[in-house]
Design a protein around this ligand. Sequence first.
Ligand SMILES: *[C@@H]1O[C@H](CO)[C@@H](O)[C@H](O)[C@H]1NC(C)=O
Ligand SMILES: *[C@@H]1O[C@H](CO)[C@@H](O)[C@H](O)[C@H]1NC(C)=O
Length: 376
Amino acid sequence: MMYCLVALFRSPMHISWEHSMASGPFTGVLRPLLLGILVLGCFVTLFVMYFKPYEGWLPGPVESVSEHVKNLISSDKNPTIVLMWLWPFGSKFDFSVCSSLFEIDNCFITADRNLYNKSHGVIIHHRDISGDLSNLPQLQRPSFQKWIWMNFESPSHSSKLSGIEKLFNLTLNYRQDANIGVPSGTIVPAEGEENFVPPSKNKLVCWMVSNWNPQHVRVKYFNELQKHVKVHAYGRAFGKHISDNDFMPTITSCKFYLSFENSVHKDYITEKLFNPLSVGTVPVVLGPTRQNYEKIIQGDAFIHVDDFSSPKDLADYLLLLDKNEEMYLRYFEWRRHFKVKKVQFPVEHACLTCDYLRKHKEYKEFNDLDKWFWGS
Ligand SMILES: *[C@@H]1O[C@H](CO)[C@@H](O)[C@H](O)[C@H]1NC(C)=O
Ligand SMILES: *[C@@H]1O[C@H](CO)[C@@H](O)[C@H](O)[C@H]1NC(C)=O
């Protein structure tokens, strides 16, 4: 655009210079012709810039975005509109992927608050609600609209806010009994049979911890465990930072990974389980009961700390498996027929919410959030 303006500005001078150098019958015609082409070119450029359909990289005027949205909404497709009221943890995401990534069609997920009055659902991420609730929608709620309480932290790590107990219609949570229950990952059938061989390993037991708290059950367990087996521990608490790029390769390089949850709650099973599981490392879990894990993954895909009477017993078992390749490989039998599918936070959650709203149009009240989630 700048170039276009500069060219327009400079062109007469440029052409006069050319005119003085050249001689002949054509120069008189050439000048207006060139100028004409330039003006036309600029006009076309302008047209393309301003009438290009809404796309991420173009900051584009707000009216044109709304225009696009208006067309979409008034089309006979009648999409379900879901408004992400707060960006989860303050990070932005591209939500136009429900159809392409998750085969959920006819959803329009947006963070544009101008669409509040038209939104079938409003997702509100618990962690981002301010203590005085001042950043919640203040407008009257349309009669058809449902508010969705979204939270993927455990009760121990979620602050109870007064005033939200009776605000919501639906729960979007890791718990299986949530209206929209979304685990961190799932096990899905693999495309054909595969003789899975775990990648090569140069460490026995590894652990990465970002939130080190001596009061956590997991820290107490770790302190005992490491007296009996060497644990390669990473994180601030150990002065060993792991970059994003090294994160998965490090997990892959270990035979066992301590999938220790920050707190123990029903269904609270996070990516700490699915990360090692997906790369061919055996997770050693500390969290809810073994039965709870077995609702989500195969019983022979992991080791549970509860299977042992003490951290020392667990350490002995891990050392035994280190010496016995055949026993170790049994933890990958399930990979013959299945594989891991991780859930993409928070995009997949928004798409699943849209899908739920479309299938459940009935009135819904939910008046005991505190009791349901915090148990009191
Ligand atoms: C939404 O509806 C309310 C009335 O319920 C109205 O006061 C408000 O201006 C509307 N907002 C928008 C953005 O259309
Ligand atoms: C959603 O819940 C609120 C609060 O209980 C209630 O007033 C509203 O009618 C509910 N809306 C729908 C569509 O179920």
